[in-house]
Ligand binder design. Sequence first.
Ligand SMILES: *[C@@H]1O[C@H](CO)[C@@H](O)[C@H](O)[C@H]1NC(C)=O
Ligand SMILES: *[C@@H]1O[C@H](CO)[C@@H](O)[C@H](O)[C@H]1NC(C)=O
Ligand SMILES: *[C@@H]1O[C@H](CO)[C@@H](O)[C@H](O)[C@H]1NC(C)=O
Ligand SMILES: *[C@@H]1O[C@H](CO)[C@@H](O)[C@H](O)[C@H]1NC(C)=O
Ligand SMILES: *[C@@H]1O[C@H](CO)[C@@H](O)[C@H](O)[C@H]1NC(C)=O
Length: 326
Amino acid sequence: MEPGPIQLLILAGLLSLGLAVERSYSLIEQNKTWQEAQDYCRIHYNDLATINSAEDTIQLQKEADAHRFSSAAWVGLYTDMDTWRWSYNNMSLGNFRNWKSNQPDNTMGREGCVTMAYDGLWADMVCIGGKPYICFKDTQPERYIFFTNSTSWYMAQSFCRQYYTDLAYAPDDVSNLAIKSIIPGGNIGWIGLSRDSWKWSDQTTPSTIPWMSGQPNNLLKNENCVFIENGKMADNRCTDLFPFFCQSRIKRNRLITRVEVTSNQNLNDPAVNELILDTIEKKLRERGLQENSTVAWRKKPDGTVFNRERTSNDYNNNSNDYNVKC
Ligand SMILES: *[C@@H]1O[C@H](CO)[C@@H](O)[C@H](O)[C@H]1NC(C)=O
Ligand SMILES: *[C@@H]1O[C@H](CO)[C@@H](O)[C@H](O)[C@H]1NC(C)=O
Ligand SMILES: *[C@@H]1O[C@H](CO)[C@@H](O)[C@H](O)[C@H]1NC(C)=O
Ligand SMILES: *[C@@H]1O[C@H](CO)[C@@H](O)[C@H](O)[C@H]1NC(C)=O
Ligand SMILES: *[C@@H]1O[C@H](CO)[C@@H](O)[C@H](O)[C@H]1NC(C)=O
């Protein structure tokens, strides 16, 4: 580094290199319940299989083909009926429950949000379905407001959060009665209760699920676990016995490297950050960085990348890190 005639700033930022993510699958040809299969995979591999990309689908099929296997096998997809939480303060559902008989029933495997009817009883329903809704205002005493216009649970939640406190919250009989009293006869409305939808055993969220036609259907009730057969999925009772696919440990190699930049500009301007990143990425690709690897700045909590290190004539010492001159 040659100190120039103008005093330049030397700034340092951290560059994160995300290297190829690898997932490989093993078919275990032993009949087990979903839970037993999950235990087995967690002991001997990484987890039950997550299949979240076209590449994953290809890799899983390769493993099936290698075993000449074309029957049903468990994968990591499941739905947990015990994850009910109140929207208000993200509180878990306590002991007070006021389900209508035979509810929640997760009809067709698609119900994750809850309505209260004019009789005060709860039922699970499809979250994206249009229903009236009940907001509450966290005052003493609480106020409840019934809206007759039909909307999804999510829209109702954002509306209530914007103009009131949240969707109605019924932790006890007293609140439940108060909400019930403002629901007009014959009506129902969303309250703030919902649960997690389908998720993978490794706790990641599915992007799309390749269901077989007519699936999920929760036909026999409690069909909370999923098998794959020839690339398509179906919900099934978790206690049935199937072979299963485990996934091996995901390699998520991350390399963090320090980058020094000499400049007289404000390098924390996002447009400038972007420009420097592009330049570095191009250089790395020229030197053989694989296409499926990523390059990104490590942002500090305040969103900036660079720290001011020193001015160019403070020191004249070489660092081994990546140096860029702008
Ligand atoms: C990443 O790319 C390399 C070379 O193109 C390839 O061998 C490897 O399988 C890829 N990995 C993933 C996870 O796609
Ligand atoms: C698993 O169960 C199926 C159906 O009962 C049976 O046909 C198959 O042979 C069993 N596989 C093993 C490895 O026990
Ligand atoms: C709500 O709580 C659950 C369980 O602790 C947690 O997994 C989830 O991330 C929380 N959600 C929000 C929005 O904080
Ligand atoms: C429902 O109606 C109210 C009152 O007319 C309106 O303010 C509100 O935006 C509507 N809610 C939604 C989610 O569209
Ligand atoms: C070299 O630079 C570092 C800061 O990057 C500083 O801590 C160190 O004291 C310098 N060494 C010399 C010999 O100036």
